[in-house]
Design a protein around this ligand. Structure first.
Ligand code: FES
Length: 190
């Protein structure tokens, strides 16, 4: 992740960052009955916040801390640990390239080099036109299709360097659709 330096004496955080809507806070609260403690809701809460805002703002971290009754530093610790969470706005589409063993053995390193060259950016950065953000992650659980990458939630499998132009021109032009996970949807009333 990359870090921003903020002078808290002169810049109120609320002026910089979007916060969580009432609906998003309610969705996080709806997870409380599923877990033994509020602290245990932290990961779902972060996913919900990132789904809503596109990233986890400092204000969102503080609001999640209030909801879960934990220190803001505990929220920041978890956000900083997982590369999946973004602390700054992303481009219109996010490319997630697998960097784990199977994909590396199948040529993922070459794909990574070519992709970074084409985009002209490094990890957790966004192209100047705001179109693409880029990062790598550990195994995407599609090893049989190595090397693979995700664009938003679409999996591109067996990606070769020659495929990158096609994929970047039309990110829908993939070979396998994966449905949106419902894991983080609110629990049903019983
Ligand atoms: S190692 Fe790349 S998807 Fe598993």
């Amino acid at each position: 992740m990359s870090w921003r330096t903020i002078d808290r004496r002169t810049v109120p955080l609320d002026d910089l960052d979007p916060g969580l809507s009432a609906a998003v806070k309610e969705k996080i609260r709806s997870f409380f009955p599923r877990y033994p403690t509020r602290r245990a809701v932290l990961l779902p809460a972060l996913h919900i916040a990132q789904d809503a805002l596109g990233y986890i703002s400092l204000r969102a971290m503080r609001e999640i801390a209030e909801l879960l009754e934990i220190p803001p530093s505990a929220v920041l610790d978890v956000v900083a640990f997982y590369t999946h969470f973004w602390t700054h706005p992303r481009g219109r589409k996010t490319i997630v390239l697998c960097r784990s063993l199977t994909c590396e053995l199948m040529g993922g390193g070459r794909v990574r080099e070519a992709l970074e060259q084409r985009l002209g950016i490094g990890e957790h950065e966004t192209t100047p036109d705001g179109q693409w953000s880029y990062m790598t992650e550990e195994c995407l659980a599609a090893c049989e299709h190595a090397p693979c990458l995700l664009i938003d939630e679409k999996l591109h499998k067996a990606v070769q360097v020659e495929d990158l132009d096609r994929i970047l021109v039309d990110a829908e032009n993939d070979r396998l659709d994966l449905p949106r996970s419902t894991l983080f949807d609110a629990p049903q009333e019983t």
